[in-house]
Write a protein that binds this ligand. Structure first.
Ligand code: ZN
Length: 227
């Protein structure tokens, strides 16, 4: 059994389509999304529709939550994007985002799989830096550690084995922030308990152009730098 892992799509359709094509070619069995489907870019409905068609398992990110809450915790550019997104969303997709769980824990083929956007301690807020993860983190989060803990939110990909748990952040599909502009995703092989991270180039120009029509241009510019 192999799981396609994605996160932080942020309504970037060209990036998502590129990643989904690659996951189809790789023949993954299931798709897991660690939140932030929307916010920042201009295809919120299309991105949600594409992911719903694939019956992905998803959790709610802080931007997804920002659609129904007052988005006070965001910087002004993120807030503008969220306010614009709120106007665009269909009622059905707004309800879909509101209905996403903050955490998911599933047994797949005998493997205990946990997923959250931020951290198990603060699902929508905490940024978990890959290099700071150790046994103390796992202990503070779980009574019983899962086999796999999937997290997003930082837009930085990593995978680490800590004791018996595999911690994975697939990075960001729609707005990487590790200095690499290519879309990021991962494939988790449950039999081997191994993770393969992949980066793919996609049509950033198309996103930049669409941003300029509707949103602050900095959102397009940062994509070229992976920031
Ligand atoms: Zn994000």
């Amino acid at each position: 059994m192999r799981l396609g892992l994605i996160s932080d799509v942020h309504a970037n359709r060209p990036a998502l389509e590129t990643v989904l094509d690659a996951l189809d070619d790789a023949g993954v069995d299931e798709l897991f999304c660690a939140g932030d489907l929307i916010g920042y870019y201009t295809w919120p409905n299309e991105v949600i529709d594409l992911l719903r068609e694939r019956e992905m398992t998803a959790v709610k990110g802080n931007h997804d939550a920002g659609i129904s809450d007052t988005p006070v915790r965001f910087n002004s550019v993120a807030r503008q994007a969220l306010e614009w997104t709120r106007e665009q969303l269909t009622d059905e997709n707004r309800a879909f985002l509101a209905g996403l769980p903050e955490t998911v824990r599933e047994n797949i083929d005998g493997h205990d799989i946990y997923m959250v956007h931020g951290s198990p301690r603060r699902p929508l807020e905490e940024y978990v830096n890959g290099s700071s993860i150790g046994p103390a983190f796992i202990e503070s989060c779980f009574e019983e550690a899962p086999d796999v803990c999937i997290m997003g939110h930082t837009h930085h990909p990593y995978s680490h084995k800590v004791d018996e748990s595999l911690l994975v952040n697939p990075g960001s599909v729609g707005q990487p922030r590790d200095g690499d502009s290519r879309a990021s995703y991962a494939v988790l092989d449950l039999e081997e308990m191994s993770v393969e991270h992949t980066r793919l180039e996609y049509d950033i120009d198309a996103v930049d152009e669409a941003v300029r029509e509707h949103l602050p241009s900095t959102l397009g510019e940062r994509l070229y730098h992976g920031l």
